[in-house]
Design a protein around this ligand. Sequence first.
Ligand code: NDP
Length: 320
Amino acid sequence: MEIEHVKCLIIGSGPAGYTAAIYAARANMAPVLYQGMQPGGQLTTTNEVENFPGYPDGITGPAMMIELMNQAKRFDTDVRDGWITKVDFSGDVHKAWVNGETEIHADTIIISTGATAKYLGLESEQKYLNLGGGVSACAVCDGFFYKNQEVVIVGAGDSAAEEAHYLSKLCTKVTMLVRRDEFRASKIMAARVKNTENIEILFNTETDEVLGDGQVVTGVRVFNNKTQEKHDIPATGFFVAIGHKPNTEIFKEYLNLDETGYIINEPGTAKTNVPGVFVSGDAADHVYRQAITAAGTGCMAALDAERYLAAKESVVEAEA
Ligand code: NDP
């Protein structure tokens, strides 16, 4: 089978990947971008995006991703269906396989594979998530839609604590469901939540069912896992903050990852430990996780890749 050689391979099609593509294409790197399993990335599961600068009236997540894709295509990014199933970064040329078949050799690779929010997996949760009817894994993205309303949030880590606190400033009441009798979050974050008047913390409490009218969430049935007692909490929003899984499994043999699987970049750059391989977006970011920060690091990755190629080419010219 013929092996394709490209200057710049971009893996992933969220705001990080498309921004990297726009910059790489405009720098004549003829990027090839593989969209992956979820073309458009996490934003395609969001309704309205109101915090991305440049859209004063807001825009839906899927519509924004189509605009980003079209902008990348306008500068001749080769946007392709398919996902990268395997890589080999052991040599000078970086290898990647598409759908387990086609082999690509790339001078530079930009990883923008993102992270996937974890959900509880309850049927009712997935139903209202898919309907866009009140289930969310991002308080910063969607909290505003629940202004002056009552919401429930699941989780007890730093994300849940931070998001509960964020929601408490918008919502009249936030009920936090903690499955054990203690927080996982750092002491200071947990204390902030405990000291916020309109946050009620229910320990040893899990979700039995997300309640709704068939269109939107109207409440949450919870149970105490010590007593098995159930009760209903009225709420219009159900926030899940039980962690994210970075989509970095195929890179672990070659790249330095932290203990939860996020790619470790050289601070202030998009560089990984492998020269010529760069990372952008949520695959390396467990803290900010915003579309705009992903886009920013996508830009950084393309600029770093361009500089890497330029330096390599000037060495080749000097040797010739
Ligand atoms: P974590 O993995 O730290 O926490 C996940 C939380 O979700 C845990 O409390 C866990 O409960 C709970 N959980 C998991 N599954 C379920 C379930 N099925 N039902 C109910 N609860 C469940 O994830 P985070 O996203 O909070 O944080 C990830 C990393 O990012 C951490 O290292 C964190 O410190 C860091 N971070 C730092 C921030 C900051 O410093 N500003 C902000 C946000 C994150 P249990 O405790 O019982 O396992």
